[in-house]
Design a binder for this molecule. Structure first.
Ligand SMILES: NC(=O)c1ccc[n+]([C@@H]2O[C@H](COP(=O)([O-])OP(=O)(O)OC[C@H]3O[C@@H](n4cnc5c(N)ncnc54)[C@H](OP(=O)(O)O)[C@@H]3O)[C@@H](O)[C@H]2O)c1
Length: 339
């Protein structure tokens, strides 16, 4: 056990359930007392925490695959930090760990929910992104869920984000015939083709997705990786070739909607083209973790896989980072840094 522990920690609470777009008044940064860790627990000084689109769903009081955040309690999510006190076998002060108690400075973590990470192998923040949850989502969603095979033409939406930028590059690395991405700014589109090796990309704000996709993929697509839903999904159903597959990973276009959003109007095409559209949850794919880390770490080391992070400094900017993510202010993984 370490001698001088901090006595308090700041943490973000959800104080009201957002209706539509979250507002600053729905959140509060509050002080909490810090105590020495009980048996089987470790105290972690968080260095980085993750803000993710799925957290918007957890702000609603609805039954889902993850329970809603409780009002007036700290929010949680992925974080990496340094152990400052340990009351658990196998963890020592100075170890770095990945765990699920983000949105706070000091986390009192059950040791069984912490995984040691090596800061010399990769920057700590990478364990939240390219080598972490969003990376595994890309890997499992493309190779397992969409049954990607060499020669497939792949379209990914949200392509300059954490999951999307990795999907497109993984597809290229594994021999896709063509990779097309959509994103929400001309700078992001440029990054996709000039730095990440996409064959074509377009800004979905510049015109109908259907028309821009047709131009970018004149021979159609075999795989669609959906991060957005709505008009993107409709356009992809139209562009998918016979026996095409779609991974339904996210529908960020509707996360702040206050009314039901229109579905794709061309679902009947699924019949004749014998399409397969499959939802995914990254948590179902833990079995792929070792293979994912081995392959992705190799491509990172060789420089074949590139990634960006958008880092917002300071716990007091946690809410801004989260809303910025929903607005598209990030390129690659959105991270809050506490160092
Ligand atoms: N199923 C799973 O297990 C799982 C796991 C992780 C993530 N996801 C999903 O995967 C998707 C990407 O997640 P991420 O963590 O990588 O986030 P991200 O793509 O890094 O960030 C979100 C991006 O969404 C885009 N966006 C926001 N509103 C949009 C709209 N109305 N239409 C089109 N694009 C919009 C923004 O980029 P632009 O500037 O391009 O608009 C923004 O940067 C999300 O839908 C998320 O919910 C699912």
């Amino acid at each position: 056990m370490s001698a001088a522990l901090p006595t308090s920690s700041r943490e973000w609470h959800l104080v009201a359930r957002p209706h539509g777009w979250p507002k600053a008044e729905d959140f509060a940064l509050r002080e909490a007392a810090v105590a020495a860790p009980a048996e089987g627990r470790i105290l972690v000084r968080n260095k980085f925490f993750s803000v993710d689109p799925y957290m918007r769903g957890r702000m609603n009081d609805v039954k889902s695959y993850t329970p809603p955040f409780k009002l007036d309690h700290p929010m949680d999510g992925g974080a990496v930090g340094e152990v400052i006190a340990s009351n658990a076998e196998g963890f020592a002060v100075g170890d770095h760990v990945l765990h699920g108690l983000g949105w706070r400075e000091i986390a009192d973590v059950p040791a069984k929910h912490a995984v040691k990470v090596d800061p010399d192998l990769a920057p700590l923040s990478a364990y939240l992104g390219v080598l972490g949850m969003t990376g595994l989502t890309a890997y499992a969603g493309l190779f397992d869920v969409a049954s990607f095979k060499e020669g497939d033409a792949v379209f990914v939406s949200g392509a300059a984000g954490a999951v999307g930028s990795q999907v497109g590059q993984l597809a290229k690395l594994k021999g896709a015939s063509r990779v097309i991405g959509s994103a929400g700014s001309d700078e992001k589109v440029k990054l996709l083709t000039e730095e990440y090796g996409f064959d074509a990309a377009f800004n979905y704000k510049n015109g109908p997705v259907r028309d821009q996709l047709k131009e970018a993929a004149p021979d159609g697509i075999d795989v669609y990786f959906d991060n957005v839903g709505g008009d993107h999904l409709e356009a992809a159903i139209g562009a998918l070739n016979v026996h095409g597959r779609a991974t339904i990973c996210g529908m960020i276009a509707q996360y702040n909607a206050t009314e039901p959003t229109p579905g794709p109007r061309n679902m009947a095409l699924i019949i004749g083209k014998r399409l397969r559209l499959q939802g995914m949850l990254v948590g179902d794919h833990a079995d792929l973790q070792p293979k994912f880390v081995e392959e992705v770490a190799g491509w990172l080391a060789s420089g074949e896989l590139k990634y960006r992070e958008t880092t917002v400094e300071g716990i007091e900017n946690g809410y801004d980072a989260f809303v910025g993510l929903l607005r598209g202010e990030n390129t690659g993984k959105m991270i809050v840094s506490l160092v």
